[in-house]
Ligand binder design. Structure first.
Ligand code: ADP
Ligand code: MG
Ligand code: MG
Ligand code: MG
Length: 418
């Protein structure tokens, strides 16, 4: 239910609202009459305004009591703004270089004022345009390693971790969206499903009849429901990453809760693979994308490799949590065993990531929410060809996860499905 103080802002009412916030006035300079406001929300759920003044700019994100993409017929709690702000705060502490700065949070208005990222672009758009981002792999690996390790039982005392978990237990409405749209709907007849039709009608029917795929995705759903490993971003696709060639920032963690780490890692890998398969829809005679396809696969490998290295470095240097306490493994035999434990932990996390990557690829082609780099391919036959390759790879990753023990197995397989 909408709290009494809440009102959805628009371009004309926002300056008056912001004029009461000292931190915003300091950032923007001047007064409301000097500020330019533009609503830029291109996401599925919320309002986002960019406000600029003589001294600088801010971005203002406000939740609506319903799903923006669908309208008032699909209510969604304003509390998602609270969970997003809680997650941003934790991410800013764990990975300050990859998280926007925060200026103001208004619980009643379901609103956060944050650093304006400019000249950043949404990474998904850059991937469709064939732009290379040299810092991306290292930066996103750093973000994931610090936010995931730092909120896990490897880093936090058990009571502190449980205190933080409790904060996010209420984010059930957004978790429910994931449970339905990612882990269930693409494998059954569901009103919200859509795909490139009639080209993909046959393959969509194959997924609805694919018992092995349903079993595999349900096992992943079980992890999503039960495995409170770390505070995950929960929606870490390339539309939640803003980049320049020298900076990488993660936005939009409203789906955050304590869940399986592989859900975030898999989101990044799966969305890079979608961009890989979309390239045929964007290349022209004067802009071939063979080299760019190779670059994307290089990033898939680098993201995992650097994530694993950074995560392990944190684990070796800062094992401050209650899981695998150092005192238990102090002697030489213990140290050797702990290294084996670490290797097995990373192998299991990689396997989870492969599965979640696959589930995310499939839902973006057969489910409700699609991705821009595929949607903007105007020729439906060409789009369907790109989507079919992605679906075939994803189905194999989902059902035959054991055939992908290393990231090199993923990057070697992808071109075979083009
Ligand atoms: P939603 O939850 O509705 O998907 P997002 O947080 O993803 O909303 O924001 C929607 C869009 O607003 C982004 O794709 C981006 O273009 C823009 N945006 C969001 N935050 C910022 C920011 N801090 N700086 C600049 N632009 C932003
Ligand atoms: Mg978004
Ligand atoms: Mg940086
Ligand atoms: Mg969002």
């Amino acid at each position: 239910e909408t709290p009494p103080g809440y009102r959805a802002l628009d371009e004309s009412s926002l300056p008056g609202y912001l004029a009461g916030i000292d931190a915003v006035i300091a950032r923007l300079g001047g007064g409301p009459a000097d500020w330019q406001v533009r609503e830029v929300g291109d996401g599925n759920l919320n309002l986002v305004f960019i406000v600029t003044g003589p001294a600088g700019g801010v971005a203002v994100k406000q939740a609506l009591p319903y799903v923006r993409l669908v309208g008032e017929s699909w209510p969604l709690p304003l509390s998602r703004a609270f969970f997003e702000h809680e997650a941003l705060t934790a991410q800013r502490a764990a990975a300050p270089a990859q998280t926007p700065g925060l200026f103001h949070y208004d619980h009643g208005m379901a609103l956060t004022v944050m650093e304006l990222l400019r000249p950043h672009v949404i990474m998904r758009k850059g991937l469709a345009a064939g732009v290379r981002y040299p810092r991306f792999a290292g930066d996103i690996a750093c973000f994931m390693a610090h936010t995931l390790f730092g909120t896990s039982d490897l880093a936090l005392p058990a009571a502190e971790k449980k205190r933080r978990m409790a904060v996010f237990c209420g984010n059930t409405a957004l978790c429910r969206i994931t449970e339905d749209l990612i882990f269930t709907d693409p494998y059954r007849v569901a009103e919200l499903n859509r795909w490139t039709s009639p080209q993909l009608d046959g393959i969509a029917a194959e997924f609805r009849a694919d018992t092995a795929a349903k079993a595999a995705v349900s096992e992943l759903k079980g992890k999503f429901l039960t495995c409170a490993e770390a505070m995950i971003h929960g929606d870490l696709h390339t539309g939640s990453i803003m980049v320049t060639e020298s900076d990488t920032r993660v936005i939009d963690p409203e789906f955050a809760f304590y869940g399986p780490m592989g859900f975030d890692v898999g989101a990044v890998i799966g969305n890079l693979l979608l961009a890989f398969f979309a390239q045929a829809g964007h290349e022209t005679d004067s802009d071939r994308r063979d080299g760019y396809r190779t670059w994307i696969l290089d990033q898939v490998r680098e993201v995992w490799t650097r994530f694993e290295a950074t995560f392990l470095e944190l684990w070796r240097k800062h094992p401050t949590g209650d899981l695998y306490p150092a005192g238990l493994f102090a002697d030489a035999a213990g140290q050797a065993e702990l290294e084996r434990i670490r290797a097995a932990y990373m192998a299991r996390l990689f396997s989870d990531s492969v599965g979640f990557a696959a589930a995310k690829m499939i839902r973006r082609i057969l489910g409700l929410a699609h991705v821009e780099e595929l949607e903007t391919i105007a020729d439906p036959d060409l789009r369907a060809a790109c989507e079919t390759g992605a679906l075939r790879l994803a189905r194999d990753m989902l059902v035959n996860r054991g055939s992908y023990p290393t990231i090199g197995d993923v990057t070697a397989a992808a071109p075979e499905f083009l």
